[in-house]
Ligand binder design. Structure first.
Ligand SMILES: C[S@@+](CC[C@H](N)C(=O)[O-])C[C@H]1O[C@@H](n2cnc3c(N)ncnc32)[C@H](O)[C@@H]1O
Length: 235
């Protein structure tokens, strides 16, 4: 293989939160890969659009999300073969990733399918959880405190266990679980102060108390910032 695969984190939505290295690598790409749930445009592409060159070929991979992983796994398998062929032909293949590529990123599924010897570079991006904390001026942790980044999909029991040790947490992947998360935080006495951050960095950005959210679902690009039950370090 003489080409190179680059996983590029483009941050959560504000195009000014791309790193200088991300911009440089975008300019070097022969092939630009985007992945998104079938029927949805790629948010990562929209964030990086100004930096794509006209020469770069684009490959968009729609993912049929749902409880059955078969179709999604097959799409990753096909992508890994296509990327392997491009690398063998000497191409620089850039995969655009929302936030950071290795934090709940689809890029991890591609990495898993390429051998350890594949020429891969990861350009870290600003994760949505950290950008949300910045927007909210929300101290995540100091001193000996812990901070957690958790998917709502882990369910209330495991969320509770993680919140028990963290000073603060970001809860991602809310969707239809937003009511469950809200109920748990209420039971734990954490609902007051918990914040819902929707479409951070985009034109539809909203930031509001989680307690004020009454819809049965939260948008895909939304997360909760909450205090945890872990001890505070006042030292
Ligand atoms: C598959 S994870 C990808 C996380 C991403 N790699 C990161 O570093 O932020 C998708 C989840 O991240 C959160 N997320 C990503 N971008 C967001 C944004 N701009 N605003 C709010 N939440 C966001 C949402 O909870 C969403 O369900």
């Amino acid at each position: 293989m003489s080409g190179r695969l680059v996983g590029i984190g483009v941050g959560p939505g504000d195009p000014e939160l791309l790193t200088l290295k991300a911009v440089r690598r975008l300019g070097e790409a022969d092939v630009v890969v985007t992945l998104a749930a079938a029927g949805r445009p790629s948010r990562a592409r929209a964030v990086a659009a100004a930096h794509l060159t006209v020469q770069a070929r684009e490959l968009h991979v729609p993912l049929a999300m749902g409880p059955d992983r078969t179709a999604v796994d097959a799409a990753y398998d096909r992508l890994a073969v296509a990327v392997g062929d491009e690398l063998a032909a000497g191409a620089v293949v850039a995969v655009l990733c929302e936030g950071d590529p290795l934090l709940f990123g689809t890029f991890v599924h591609l990495l898993d399918r390429l051998g350890d010897d594949a020429p891969v570079e990861v350009v870290p991006g600003i994760p949505s959880a950290l950008a949300a904390a910045a927007a909210e001026r929300w101290p995540l942790a100091v001193g000996g405190e812990g901070v957690a980044v958790l998917p709502a999909t882990m369910g209330p029991a495991r969320l509770h266990a993680a919140l028990a040790v963290a000073r603060s947490a970001a809860i991602l992947k809310l969707g239809a679980r937003v009511a469950e998360v809200r109920r748990l935080l209420d039971e734990l006495g954490l609902l007051d102060g918990a914040r819902l951050v929707v479409e951070l960095g985009g034109s539809d950005e909203r930031r509001l108390p989680l307690a004020a959210w009454r819809e049965p679902r939260a948008p895909y690009f939304s997360l909760v910032l909450t205090r945890g039950l872990g001890p505070r370090d006042d030292g």
